[in-house]
Design a protein around this ligand. Structure first.
Ligand code: NAD
Length: 251
């Protein structure tokens, strides 16, 4: 396929999403950045266009709100054409003792990490089915392998994203759509630094890096590069997979 493809990257205003938006755009994809922080999304779109690549931010979009997701995806479709690549990256972490988790907090963590993935995926699939080609990458978490204390709500939500990925891959493989998940492990982003500051990380980022087999923490670009491969034509025989990018922390 020679014409430019359009991708949506959720949570593209920071960290892994920002790096992924840059990486896909530098690979010739037009990127729509959806983020609840509209200003951050706008800034990333500007960074990308200043480099001569194509990206547009679509205001403030909360992926946990189906109406906002549907309106944004329609706007992307009308502005940039069919959406054939989706990176469900927007997420929130919380650290709370299990017995202190309220229904509201539980629902919020599920709403962003799991429901957001559900809403965005339902909104873009019709374009992919019509094109008989699509690529979906869901960003989960390495905590789904190992568990993580004080993150029961988050680990439950991200583990559900892994299950969603596998089931979607089986249903939409025959339609030309691949669905994979990358569970990042210890990637140096604002989210990780907030976790370090909260004292729930079990040591500093540097201490964790020294215990990581490759002796460094992850960079957002590490996840972005894996994402770029999974959304490429070359990755067409890879679907339903958990594609670990974690410096060997989980094997
Ligand atoms: P980050 O906090 O730097 O960036 C997250 C982005 O998502 C922000 O721009 C934020 O505004 C956006 N966002 C949050 N809630 C949203 C919502 N409701 N709607 C739309 N956008 C929303 O975090 P990051 O480290 O880059 O994390 C990216 C993804 O990777 C998340 O899903 C996170 O759970 C996952 N992850 C990260 C790590 C890590 O080590 N950094 C590890 C495991 C999983």
């Amino acid at each position: 396929m020679s014409q430019r493809r359009t991708a949506i990257v959720t949570g593209g205003g920071s960290g892994i999403g920002r790096a992924t938006a840059h990486r896909l755009a530098s690979g010739g994809i037009t990127v729509a950045i959806l983020d609840v922080n509209g200003e951050a999304a706008e800034n990333v779109a500007k960074e990308i266009t200043h480099q001569g690549d194509e990206a547009i931010a679509f205001g403030s979009v909360d992926v946990s709100d189906r109406a906002q997701v549907n309106a944004a995806v329609e706007q992307v479709h009308n502005t940039l054409g069919p959406v054939l690549v989706l990176v469900n990256n927007a997420g929130v972490t919380e650290f709370d003792r299990f017995l202190n988790i309220s229904d509201d907090l539980w629902d919020r963590v599920m709403a962003v990490n799991l429901n957001g993935t559900f809403y965005c995926t339902q909104a873009v699939l019709p374009d992919m089915i019509a094109a008989k080609w699509g690529r979906i990458v869901n960003i989960s978490s390495s905590s789904t392998y190992s568990g993580q204390p004080f993150m029961t709500h988050y680990v439950a939500a991200k583990s559900a994203v892994v299950g969603l990925t596998k089931a979607l891959a089986l249903e939409f493989g025959p339609k030309g759509v691949t669905v994979n998940t990358i569970p990042p492990g210890f990637v140096d982003t604002p989210m990780l630094r907030r976790a370090e500051k909260s004292g729930f990380l079990g040591g500093s980022v540097d201490e964790h890096a020294q215990r990581t087999p490759v002796r460094r923490s992850g960079r957002p670009e590490d996840i972005a590069n894996a994402c770029a491969f999974l959304v490429s034509d070359e990755a067409g025989y890879i679907t339903g997979q958990i594609f670990g990018v974690n410096g060997g922390r989980n094997t």
